[in-house]
Design a binder for this molecule. Structure first.
Ligand SMILES: NC(=O)c1ccc[n+]([C@@H]2O[C@H](COP(=O)([O-])OP(=O)(O)OC[C@H]3O[C@@H](n4cnc5c(N)ncnc54)[C@H](O)[C@@H]3O)[C@@H](O)[C@H]2O)c1
Length: 326
């Protein structure tokens, strides 16, 4: 059998979708995850069961291993056992606000774990581990005064430990590429939503609470904005980056939608999707939250032929349908 692609964080939101997309293309995948306690394990078990279901016609294409990638020995053993042809590294503690309460935990789960993955990938470079694609985040742009955000802009002022951990990963990935020559892509995802979205994220919480007639908390006056991006668009971008990175060496790409939406407009769109009014409880802006995100997609359009095709209305409808089924 051909060598698998290793996906870290495969039981998570984005990882499970990337795994399904590779399996649908007949590519062998090994998923790794440790069911980190950031959110309940049963969501992740369901994600994995969905991936297994999508591989039912070719079960040999998917294998799952429960492992903690902050453990360097465990990571080295995984690489020796699996001999992956490449790595899509999505595992992390995601989320801005909890990172303020536990910066050291975030540095371990995000920075140390990425060091382990890069080092093991580099050790296996000569044995066919051809590339690494890593999840970065739009949060690295901090409160950048100019928008949309282009990959060449200054990203030296992250405003949360989570953002700092993602920027640290971009720096260590550059160093890794410089030292080993192994191609590494860093993908700056802009607020991803869709079926299986993490339960801590606003769209998931808002859809379920508005549907139940419960109030939702709005932090700030609603003028903050996010470049919400549907997960299928992100998956296409990840796979294009996986294909393209060997010709680039080290490259950062934005994967967003280039359609920023204010919180006020998001809440209106959610009310429309659910068919019920939103009862809003106003709260002050939260520390660590940026004012806005907005992806400049010119580089990823040119080099990855990336384009986000899903409108917010269609994406919300898809997420709401999934929520009602699950
Ligand atoms: N969802 C978004 O809007 C968004 C935006 C920007 C960047 N990202 C990044 O994309 C990636 C995927 O995010 P997601 O939303 O799917 O999050 P997620 O929490 O659903 O998935 C991450 C997975 O990584 C696993 N994990 C964490 N620590 C681990 C460890 N030490 N060993 C093994 N597995 C571990 C978790 O159990 C989880 O299943 C993350 O790197 C995140 O920072 C996400």
């Amino acid at each position: 059998m051909s060598r698998p692609i290793l996906i870290t964080g495969a039981a998570g939101f984005i990882g499970s979708h990337v795994a399904e997309a590779l399996i649908a293309r007949g590519i062998s995948v090994v998923g790794v995850d440790n069911f980190d306690a950031m959110y309940a394990t049963h969501f992740k078990k369901q994600n994995l069961s969905d991936v297994e279901q999508s591989a039912r016609h070719a079960p040999e294409l998917f294998r799952f291993i429960d492992a903690d990638i902050t453990d360097a020995n465990a990571v080295n053993e995984l690489f020796t056992l699996l001999q992956p042809s490449g790595v899509i590294h999505l595992a992390a503690r995601a989320g801005v606000r909890p990172s303020i309460e536990d910066p050291a935990g975030y540095m371990k789960a995000n920075v140390l774990a990425t060091a382990n993955i890069l080092h093991a990938s580099g050790m296996h470079n000569a044995h066919g581990c051809s590339r690494v694609v890593c999840a970065s985040s739009s949060s690295v742009y901090g409160n950048c005064p100019v928008a949309p955000f282009h990959e060449e802009m200054d990203v030296s002022t992250p405003i949360s430990p989570y953002a700092a951990s993602k920027r640290a990963n971009e720096l260590q990935a550059f160093t890794h590429h410089h030292l080993t020559g192994q191609p590494v892509a860093m993908l700056r995802f802009f607020t991803v939503y869709g079926p299986r979205q993490r339960p801590d994220l606003a769209i998931n919480k808002f859809l379920s609470r508005v549907a139940r007639g419960e109030s939702i908390e709005m932090f700030g006056d609603g003028h903050t904005s996010r470049d919400y991006t549907f997960v299928n668009d992100i998956v296409r971008g990840v796979l294009s980056a996986y294909e393209a990175i060997p010709t680039h060496g080290y490259r950062v790409w934005n994967l967003g939608s280039d359609r920023p939406t204010t919180l006020n407009d998001l809440i209106s769109a959610i009310s429309t999707t659910v068919g019920k009014p939103a009862q809003i409880v106003h709260k002050p802006m939260q520390q660590g939250d940026v004012e806005r995100t907005w992806a400049d997609l010119s580089r990823s359009a040119k080099e990855l032929q990336y384009r986000a095709t899903t409108t917010l209305a269609d994406g919300l409808a898809a997420q709401y349908e999934w929520m009602k089924r699950s």
